[in-house]
Design a protein around this ligand. Sequence first.
Ligand code: XMP
Length: 621
Amino acid sequence: MEKLAILDCGGQYTKVIDRKVRELGVYSDIFPMGVSADKLQGYNAIILSGGPASVWASGAPAYDDRIFDLGIPMLGICYGMQLINEHFGGEVLPSVKTEYGPVDVDIIAPCPLTDGMDKRQTVLMSHGDAVKKQADGFVTFAVTGDIAAGIYNAEKRIIGVQFHPEVDLSEHGTEMIENFLRKVCALKETYALEDRIETSIRMIREKVGDKKVIVLVSGGVDSAVTAALLVKALPPENVYAIHIDHGMMRKNESDIICRNLKKLGLVHMKRVNAANEFFNGTVDDGNGRIIGPLSRTTDPEKKRQIIGSMFIKVTAKAAEELGIDFDNTYLAQGTLRPDLIESGNPDVSGYANKIKTHHNDVDIVRRARERGMIVETNWDWHKDEVRQVARMLGLGEEIASRQPFPGPGLAVRLLCNDSVVAVTTAQREQLTDLINTLGGGNFTGRVAPIRSVGVQGDNRSYKNLVLLCGKGMDTDFGEAFAFAKEIPNRLSYINRVALRLDSDAPSDTLHDSPMHVCYETAELLREADAIVTKELMNPKIAQCFAVLIPLTQDMDKRYSIVIRAVVTGDYMTARAAVPGEHFSIDALKNAVTKIKAALGDQIDMVLYDITGKPPATIEWE
Ligand code: XMP
């Protein structure tokens, strides 16, 4: 069978490449970047993935340079393109202008990759380095301004692209990969995707046998699919479903979840109310260190570690109450491939940077996984694949198309703060200069002294927010989106931009105050979130929620609300939903009015997050 090798340089989207290639009917294997060239004999094509390193830096992943002498056609993506260029004698350096997000590239010379396509294409970029001098023997066939976006050596059949054709945000990305497979490598459709359900059921039976398994059901499609697969694969009386309400669920969520779960054919189903334990308890992180309580923690990664570890502690206690020997019982989770990629799990990629620790991949879970006690029915899938499986299993649309809710719940939407971030005068002035140059006279803005998590060039970022003020609800959203895209590209300390909706008053003074996860902040956010979801959620949007931030203009108040709504299929990249396109302006107006009416005594500003992923992430922490 014809086959393609993917060399993983630690990119966030390596697995997406694998999936795209397989969907196009070509079998693929993923190897670590350092794989010996001998192992690649017999492959018909090679793709080098993106990655967080810099080819010029000492810590760049080592590689066997004989891979370039194999005569196998090659496509290098992002880091992969930079490596190709450097290897063949070109130069790669930090770029004067970074690019994080969708951009338009211009096709300026023929290349089979873009054969038959428009001369201008929207693609996803996420890079800080760029090709400074192109290697001899290569032509630059695509550019963004004066940055090389694509290089091609026809004789060697080697192509490099700075952008990511593998993700949904690249308009014709799949066609480009197909062009590479068919026109450059002459590969035919010789591979059919395995039946996902059959494969999963076989794996569950092989692993669990006649033992008991506990499945943690959060209510989302991922864990519902896991529970349904377990019930199908095993005697239902051996499957124990536990739903933990950690006090950071959405309004009425736990009731809805327990109602939905009854439809799955579960024999044992237990609901645990553990808010006090999650807010105020401490826990062993799996390495003998006691961490917590959450109510006094501000660091996003520490919060995630506490919550993930607490899930295990609370589950162990619930198991005891059910009379189950927890240490000898399998624990099933609805972990998806992106959860492990973003968590920087070394079993998935040796070179990937940790973006954020998902609750199902904290250290204590990793230890249990090493002991072979974790069952992950969905570990090889992305979100859209889980949804397909949910539909095939007959779980119903309420579960199959339910918007994702992260395991740590509202905790990652409560932007905790201990007022340590100072904004410098230089930063303030740089933003003002940028607004004066590119803002078209329609915006004012401030660098806010609060930070959130982002993903830039396959690296985690934890940077300041820019608060942009236009004409409130009458702002030209198209203009605001276009301008906002430029801000993180030009100011290295910014990864997110939010637009003020409830007022057109310039944000002269901004105050931040301490904030933690506690009953009060969770309750406030729950109320705002319920309004936002009710007003805005619709099938055009993948995820929609509210975030509580400790930032105000009015000194008498402590909090503001940010509305976040995104459009995505793979959740590895996303666009901020556009008011007027993905939901009506009236719906947005209603959300703002209702938040102010219901919570105006505590909430000062209402903002809209206009940042994509990259440079931000969907959640704020
Ligand atoms: P980010 O914020 O990384 O999120 O762009 C991508 C998707 O993952 C969800 N998410 C999580 N889901 N446990 C989960 O089950 C987690 O710890 C977690 N963190 C983020 C997020 O809601 C989005 O759908």
